[in-house]
Design a protein around this ligand. Structure first.
Ligand SMILES: Nc1ncnc2c1ncn2[C@@H]1O[C@H](COP(=O)(O)OP(=O)(O)O)[C@@H](O)[C@H]1O
Ligand SMILES: [Mg+2]
Length: 359
């Protein structure tokens, strides 16, 4: 499902606001403080039950009000989603009047946010990259979610046994760890291979329009599985057992996976500028969204707040034609409208909202 219309009540600076989204790109622009981030945040909450900015959902209730309310409508299925948050009460989410959990919500209306941590994707710790990778697959594939839980349950038990120095007990979890872990690895590898194909095709097209985009070509993006994939996970667990026992923790496995971004053997984080890294993160996130949409029959929303922060005029110029490749809903904000007449993109694929004029 995907929502096409969203109504806000008493959300941050808005007492009431109604927005009809395009099924492709949506730009919210306007000066500081006009409510751009608030609009993107409301969309993220409506599809995840969480904010991308704060853990304090109460701070999102318009000052002086008792509660905020977000309603979203899915034109295709006629579904109505409603999110309510009252002071001192937990968030309440309903789809067609039935209460749903946060993970049911995330599966029904998936959304992904390209935030400042994603921008410097390559500067972040492996945990963050792994989380990004897992979240997409977790939402898209129930098989992946089952294996993920299975793997981490076994890992926790194996680590508890290692803590007690009981190798025999720890080893009892190896078959389960291998069964779930190898499946996680295959799905992750497959995702990266497929997203890379989409990314390469898009970058090839961009580079034909703008030579500056050439720097995004020929980048090696691959999964580091967290264990030696040639010998398989079981053999790895055997090989690392004495180290595991000494460190009292499982040292190899899919929980140590990472994605590597490299160019001619050098890490992207060491050679790309921040602006270049941000655009790379945007291109990769768009490719991943296209893949999840195509492969799992989803309509994931992609959110990007403050497009041009960190991007200079040339990088922004490289980005503009990317909109032609968008297949699912893309919602982004910027202080000004960077398009003007620069790009010949038909009205249906880019809808612009001047936020000051929405109130
Ligand atoms: N709970 C709230 N009640 C009323 N106004 C709020 C609340 N939270 C934030 N605001 C105000 O909303 C305005 C819009 O913020 P924001 O969406 O971040 O703007 P932008 O992203 O366009 O710069 C700001 O002026 C902010 O002070
Ligand atoms: Mg903002």
């Amino acid at each position: 499902m995907a929502f096409s219309k969203i109504d806000l009540r008493n959300f941050r600076c808005f007492d009431s606001l109604s927005i009809d989204l395009s099924s492709k790109s949506n730009l919210f622009y306007g000066k500081n403080g006009c409510g751009k981030t608030s609009i993107l945040e409301s969309i993220y909450i409506a599809s995840s039950g969480r904010s991308f900015r704060t853990s304090n959902l109460e701070s999102l209730i318009r000052q002086g009000s008792e509660a905020f309310n977000i309603r979203a409508y899915d034109d295709n299925t006629g579904s109505i989603l409603e999110v309510n948050k009252a002071q001192t009460k937990p968030i309440n989410i309903k789809i067609n009047n039935s209460k749903v959990t946060i993970s049911e919500l995330a599966r029904a209306f998936p959304s992904f946010s390209i935030d400042s941590k994603t921008f410097f994707y390559n500067d972040n710790a492996p945990e963050y990259r792994r989380k990004q990778l897992d979240r997409g697959l977790f939402i898209a594939s129930t098989d992946y979610a089952k294996d993920w839980f299975g793997y981490f349950r076994s890992l926790k038990q194996r680590n508890s046994a290692l803590k007690l120095g009981d190798m025999a007990q720890a080893k009892a979890y190896d078959p389960l760890l291998v069964e779930h872990g190898e499946r996680l690895n295959i799905l992750r590898e497959n995702l990266i291979t497929e997203v890379k194909k989409i990314y390469d095709e898009m970058v090839h097209g961009l580079a034909q329009e703008n030579r500056r985009a050439d720097i995004f070509s020929n980048i090696d993006i691959y999964l580091k599985p967290g264990f030696d994939n040639n010998t398989g996970l079981m053999e790895n667990l055997v090989k690392t057992s004495s180290i595991d026992l000494k460190r009292k923790i499982t040292t190899a496995g899919p929980h140590k996976a990472d994605i590597s971004f490299e160019s001619k053997g050098l890490l992207i984080k060491d050679i790309f500028s921040r602006g270049e890294q941000k655009l790379l993160s945007i291109l990769w996130s768009i490719s991943q969204n296209i893949y999840l949409g195509r492969a799992f029959n989803l309509s994931p929303i992609l959110l990007l707040d403050d497009l041009s922060s960190e991007l200079d005029a040339e990088m922004l110029e490289c980005f503009l034609p990317t909109l032609k490749y968008i297949e699912n809903r893309f919602v982004f904000s910027n202080i000004v409208d960077p398009f003007g007449s620069k790009i010949s993109i038909n009205e249906q694929s880019l809808k612009k909202f001047h936020v000051e004029q929405l109130k």
